[in-house]
Write a protein that binds this ligand. Structure first.
Ligand code: UDP
Ligand code: MG
Length: 162
């Protein structure tokens, strides 16, 4: 919780962002993290992690009946991913905008997928699609104690407290 969330006595929204194995292999980790950092969200958790098929299936369970589900879970388990929890008011929807459309050919220039990818099946990054899924996915990918509670010196310069 940030200084200003305490002040508002409300939970601050968190989103689960994951750099997929192609993003890691293509050397895009710094570039992608940088976009969220520069936007002004607060990094609460970060790790490089190779996940099991079970975890990939649980993460994408809403898509389990889609024809691409087996390929998708193969893709997500094909190498290490970078798991991140980012916090801020409106972080879920804003991160989805920064990421861009699922199909990178339809993603706007300036978005991560629009700038850095060409195929839906290799679209370099994941972002939660709702605050509830943000919570669910952060709980799924991070263990107790892996998230840091801290205050950024930037917060007062990013926040209008009125
Ligand atoms: N995906 C795919 N083929 C499709 C649709 C989706 O391979 O036709 C993959 C793609 O990697 C996408 C992920 O499945 O990012 C999850 O799909 P979703 O519709 O949730 O897209 P997202 O929320 O990632 O934009
Ligand atoms: Mg999705």
């Amino acid at each position: 919780r940030t200084l200003f969330s305490l002040h508002k006595s409300q939970e601050v929204e968190q989103t689960y962002i994951m750099i997929k194995p192609d993003g890691v292999q293509r050397g895009l980790v710094g570039e992608i993290i940088s976009r969220f950092e520069k936007k002004g969200f607060l990094l609460k958790g970060l790790k490089l992690f190779q996940c099991s098929k079970d975890l990939a299936q649980e993460h994408y369970k809403d898509l389990k009946d889609k024809p691409f589900f087996p390929k998708l879970t193969d893709y997500i388990t094909s190498g290490p991913v970078v798991c991140m929890a980012w916090e801020g008011d409106g972080a879920v929807a804003s991160a989805r905008k920064l990421i861009g459309a699922t199909n990178p050919l339809q993603a706007e220039p300036g978005t991560i997928r629009g700038d850095l990818a060409v195929q839906t099946g290799r679209n370099v990054v994941h972002g939660s699609d709702s605050p509830d899924n943000g919570k669910r996915e952060i709980a799924l990918w991070f263990k107790e104690g892996e998230l840091c509670q801290w205050e950024s010196v930037q917060t007062p310069w990013l926040t209008d407290t009125d």
